[in-house]
Design a protein around this ligand. Sequence first.
Ligand code: MN
Length: 433
Amino acid sequence: MSHLDATHNPALRSWVQGADGHPDFPIQNLPHGVFSPPAGGGPRGGVAIGDSILDLKAALSAGLLQGEAAEAAAAPSLNAFFALGAAPRRALRQRLSAMLEEGSADRGAASACLHQAADCTLHMPAHIGDYTDFYVGIHHATNIGKVFRPDNPLLPNYKYVPIGYHGRASSVRPSGTDVRRPKGQLKAADADVPRFAPCERLDYELELGIWIGPGNRLGESIPVGQAEAHVAGYCLLNDWSARDIQAWEYQPLGPFLAKNFGSTISPWVVTPEALAPFRIAQPSRPQGDPAPLPYLLDEADQRHGAFDLGLEVLILTPAMRQQGLAPHRLSLSNARYMYWTVAQMVAHHTSGGCDLNPGDLLGSGTISAPDDSGFGSLLETTKGGKQPIALPNGENRRFLEDGDEVILRVRAAREGAVSIGFGDCRAKVLPAA
Ligand code: MN
């Protein structure tokens, strides 16, 4: 499952300037994406290396790459590449690593296929057919539950069911696309009737995104022990949330307009291979918690189905931007605080026969740390807006204001491995229309 090979070697160096020591994209990462080069020619697949992008279409034309996987990875949408599964993806990774490593004979030809990432436009990496958002961050679920049920924050199903809801694929956008503050029905606690107005409690949610690779047929479930083979890669996901709209509309069928006005993803698809060094055992459940039902329990998945990934949220307000200040870190969480593994999410999603397709996107749900240094939403950090957070320049925030930019980042670091990141997942709040 999480085997390491020569592409993970921490001693591996790249001839691409700025790749060695790059916080996100050293040669050990090699994430896939879709971009447009500055000179035109349209969207095509690429691989991030340092501050550059390797143009896979150009690499194919130059004869540096060949075969079905390379062609699918060079396309303007990665759905077909996702559908191929792990073996061709791994073989392509090995070829790319050999091409980009120090001393490679391909250096001359490959360097002609590089673009400065800053000059390129990143696009959605795949067409998302369906998007499902889970709720596996147990500290988040507990914090939110406490607001409603102080004595009994988690509902009785939480430790049996990987809870989720079907989200909206049409409004998912890549990092850098502004998000407009939604208008909707708001009902103050002391009001008899709602009014229609711009959201006053706009929030972010720090989540991991999971790209589905090979799908399953309708009516055929994916066993938990095989579920990893159906994952094509990972990204960051900001599930922007209008808390006031949510509070009024969510009963009895769950989130609706509070969550469908925009979701932001980091545009690079970080492969399961790149994350192999950061696998950990699923943290053991607290004493007294039930064991997962057999269809959600796989021994290998329990042994290394979780991730040790540092997850950051930062904010940059218009005043901070004007003052030339760097983004301020609001929290530091970790993917290890997921109560269910990705394999359990995939197995559960398909357990009743629902078909997943290449390019479907799953959200983990907000991942909060156990304490307030790492809460994944403002709703938690500010206790529902009651305790504003102080920013270093003297500003306060209860919820997001117009012009605020929220930045999500991953820092994967482990002894004996080169650390990698996902690239930014960032977007600015536009005023309501
Ligand atoms: Mn969410």
